[in-house]
Design a protein around this ligand. Structure first.
Ligand SMILES: Nc1nc2c(c(=O)[nH]1)N[C@H]1C(S)=C(S)[C@@H](COP(=O)(O)O)O[C@H]1N2
Ligand SMILES: [Mo]
Length: 253
């Protein structure tokens, strides 16, 4: 499905749900015949509506004057995986982002090819679950554009991000997003922070930016992206490295 169609569908669904909310409390929806059957109950509809509304909303964008002097790095800051060291030694010239899984057109994109795509720059706040925030200016391509090039099949439900770094337990960092966040206009594959090439500490050469979610969703050191129907059988089964340790999969701000 083309990007524009997804966006339309996305907006249409959001508007339909807004209408539902405007009617008021859950009780007033009970028994109306237009309530989507799949949601099962008015309470479920209300929850879904609120979720969809907050998920479709734009994260606040700031001005240059708001940018934090230092964008505090966290988690891995200097991956030692041999494959990553080889990329660093080569100035990332050999870097390729693989995109595969449930797609019609698997891709392998160099940084040059990524930078040639239309880009977006946004100044947003990064909130870590540990309780600190930093504001930075990010430049990258909207993930939606890249997904549109790869053409997810109808079986695809989640976008899985695999990273080069391993954590203290020797597990690879990974993350996943649902399609609502994956196709959101502020979700980027970013290669620039504050007007400069992304530093190694912040995820060079390419990281995910999802400003409406907590920092741990924003996978650094991206190795590849796979479209999957489910993440139950991947790693610990919870959809991300920190999710496997008990953190929320949907880490909305
Ligand atoms: N690959 C990878 N991505 C990661 C992490 C990590 O350790 N490895 N840490 C996460 C956490 S908890 C946060 S808060 C942010 C930190 O991003 P920063 O280093 O640019 O501040 O990256 C997230 N993405
Ligand atoms: Mo974090």
């Amino acid at each position: 499905m083309k990007l524009i169609n997804r966006r339309r569908r996305f907006l249409r669904d959001a508007l339909a749900l807004t209408g539902a909310v405007a009617l008021g409390g859950c009780d007033r929806l009970s028994g109306t015949d237009w309530v989507p059957q799949v949601l099962g109950s008015a309470t479920a509809l209300s929850h879904a509506a609120q979720g969809a509304l907050s998920r479709n909303a734009m994260a606040r964008e700031y001005t240059d004057a708001d940018i934090s002097p230092v964008f505090r790095p966290n988690g891995s800051t200097d991956p030692q995986a041999p494959a990553y060291r080889a990329l660093v030694a080569d100035g990332f010239r050999g870097y390729r982002l693989g995109i595969g899984g449930l797609v019609a057109h698997p891709l392998s994109l160099s940084l040059e090819q990524l930078r040639a795509l239309p880009s977006r720059t946004q100044i947003t706040r990064h909130d870590c679950v540990e309780g600190w925030s930093v504001i930075g200016k990010w430049t990258g391509v909207q993930l939606a554009r890249v997904l549109d090039m790869a053409q997810p099949t109808s079986a695809a439900r989640y976008v899985l991000f695999r990273c080069y770094d391993r954590m203290d337990d020797d597990r690879e960092y990974y993350e996943s997003l649902g399609f609502d966040d994956a196709y959101h206009p502020q979700t980027l594959l970013a290669w620039e922070l504050n007007g400069k090439a992304l530093p190694i500490a912040n995820g060079a050469p390419l990281r995910l930016q999802v400003p409406r979610q907590l920092g741990y969703k924003m996978a650094k050191y991206l190795r590849r992206i796979d479209l999957v129907a489910s993440f139950k059988d991947i790693e610990g089964g919870a959809g991300g490295y920190w999710e496997d340790q008990g953190y929320q999969w949907y880490a909305g701000i």
